[in-house]
Design a protein around this ligand. Structure first.
Ligand code: MF3
Ligand code: CO
Ligand code: CO
Length: 277
């Protein structure tokens, strides 16, 4: 049995119940998420061969500080960076370091700012210089998978409808859907109920109701779905070393569909993020 609770009266922890947020809460999520989206827009102008992921991390930290926001990953469960930077066969939770990006790399940058208590969680892919067609196709498939998942977000649909849409499409493109990580409730907490799986069948999971807020963040591999976590305890990589891509949005269920809180204010969605004319 799932229980839904008004977020205002729910304890501020993950009790397994699903929190329903009100219009004021949506406004808070909108502000935090738009700051995250703005940072991701600015990172598009930074990424090029030679840039280190540490430089991206420094930017994410400083941009947060300049806007009264704290990166949620800082000191989260022992993680010490302001964002995650996942290159090529890294699936997620890549740790920023001093290695320069190389021409042909694809990189995911995942940022979560906490602004006035609200968590805006989003990630995008970036091309480093000129990438191969296979990498470009993976990025396109992953973005389309996310958007097909988002298209299922409306009251009366089930969270499993999201996963089914993502899996059906990704597998029809002969890509592997990572099972080991999922989307999650988000709001005053970084990771809350429910889990949003990126695979499964229609009608599974929980029924969506207006006021629910969660992320969808499919990780799609050019090869098999299987991952392993490196000895640093964070960096997840594909077992077969195939390329992996991910996009993430924070969304809220409205009375007739959904609001994407983390949409790009610059109109950027897919790399190479050409300026809008
Ligand atoms: N931002 C990631 C997510 O989408 C979580 C990163 S947790 C970290 O849920 F500790 F690895 F940073
Ligand atoms: Co997330
Ligand atoms: Co994230």
């Amino acid at each position: 049995m799932v229980t839904y609770l008004e977020a205002d009266t729910a304890p501020m922890k993950n009790t397994g119940h699903i929190k329903l947020y009100n219009e004021n809460d949506f406004a808070g999520m909108r502000r935090a998420s738009q700051l995250t989206a703005q940072a991701l827009d600015m990172i598009a102008d930074m990424v090029e061969p030679g840039l280190t992921t540490k430089a991206i991390d420094d930017f994410v930290f400083q941009f947060g500080m300049d806007n009264n926001a704290i990166p949620a990953t800082l000191n989260y469960r022992g993680y010490t960076k302001s964002c995650c930077t996942s290159i090529n066969h890294v699936v997620c939770h890549g740790i920023p370091d001093n290695k320069p990006l190389r021409d042909g790399d694809i990189i995911n940058v995942d940022v979560t700012y906490i602004l006035d208590g609200w968590h805006g969680d989003s990630s995008r892919m970036y091309n480093v210089g000129t990438i191969k067609r296979a990498a470009e196709r993976l990025v396109e498939v992953t973005y389309e998978a996310l958007m097909l998942g988002i298209a299922e977000v409306k009251p009366g649909n089930f969270t499993g409808d999201i996963g089914a849409a993502i899996q059906d499409f990704a597998e029809s493109e002969r890509c592997g859907v990572v099972r080991d990580f999922c989307g999650h409730g988000v709001g005053k907490l970084f990771h809350d109920a429910p889990n949003i799986l990126h695979y499964g069948r229609r009608g599974e999971g929980v029924e969506m109701k207006p006021g629910m807020i969660f992320t969808i963040e499919p990780m799609i591999n050019l090869g098999r779905p299987h991952v392993k976590v490196k000895s640093d305890g964070w960096t997840a990589v594909t077992r077969d070393r195939s390329l992996s891509a991910q996009f993430e949005h924070s969304v809220g269920v409205t009375i007739d569909g959904c609001e994407i809180f983390t949409l790009s204010p610059a109109g950027h969605s897919m790399p190479p993020y050409l300026p809008a004319k």
